[in-house]
Ligand binder design. Sequence first.
Ligand code: G6P
Length: 368
Amino acid sequence: FLVEKGNFRHFMAKEMHEQPEVVAHTLAHYLDMASDTVQLPGNLPFDFAKLERVSIAACGTAYYAGLVAKYWFERYARLPVEIDVASEFRYREAPLPANGLSIVISQSGETADTLASLRYARDAKQHLLAVVNVPTSTIAREADVIMPTLAGPEIGVASTKAFTCQLATLAAVAVAAGRARGVISAAEERSLVHALVEVPRLMNEALKLEGDIEHLARSFAKTQDVLYLGRGTSYPLALEGALKLKEISYIHAEGYAAGELKHGPIALIDEKMPVVVIAPHDAVFEKTMSNMQEVAARGGRIILITDATGAAKASLETEATLVLPDMHPLVAPLVYAIPVQLLAYHTAVVMGTDVDQPRNLAKSVTVE
Ligand code: G6P
């Protein structure tokens, strides 16, 4: 069927703006608003309480969703997670625990390496859970359990709404796992569900930063390299920010764990290179601020993405500060994805690239 751009210049723009709606839709599939609980659809063929470990495999942006989920499963369910890009997972001959759980994440459900990882895990007798956006896809057919993302068709090659719907789904699964394992109480589950319910509203707030980001993109378009930094769940967001910028604007970018800055990339910092610091006011905020200090001391150009409390506490001079509302740390990755996507998008628009069909990239990679 035909998917149209409506009033948007690109599918990517339309898909970014759809996020409050499709994430709400996805959350509604997993949350029971009447009882403030997570209700995973269907019967699971395994018990979270009995799992020792989870392995996750995915590619590209879906891999970064998995990396966020690793923090969630470990923090909220005390469930150890190993995660690989699918092209490594299938070849590294990882020993997998008997009756373990393997999760694959894929928008298309057809990515060759991700599908091969699913089959590898099946041969290793793992339970197979797929977070997938296309319900008729091969991965959806071959998995034991499907957790659908209800993002609708995604046309832009650079994934946006599929990513945030993957995060919404994985957050629900992590909370359900935490309950099943007795790590979080019913009251904690309620408060996490309340936090998730707020996401569409927070995303609408994030979209209001678009004018400021458009402005910022004009100077971004003149740079050669950009560094993205984050800690905790903001680290995968830094990786995703750098990936998005590379994919569609062709500007070289790197995402780094903020604490690793001093082990290499600090050597690159000068007054020309923008450093995007993703730092909600969470448990690791102060640590990230001290890394930001290291950038500032070397004359680096800092673009800080934070919340109202973080903006009030950050004592450094920045080139720009994008301020989101304060929010529960669980949901920050979903909301912070939006400014990160918008920055890549508007930079690409200034550069005049083919945003929806960037050179050399395919929406779905069905070869190794
Ligand atoms: C390609 C796309 C990316 C996507 C990745 C994984 O590289 O350009 O946007 O994240 O494949 O795709 P999947 O369909 O498995 O999520």
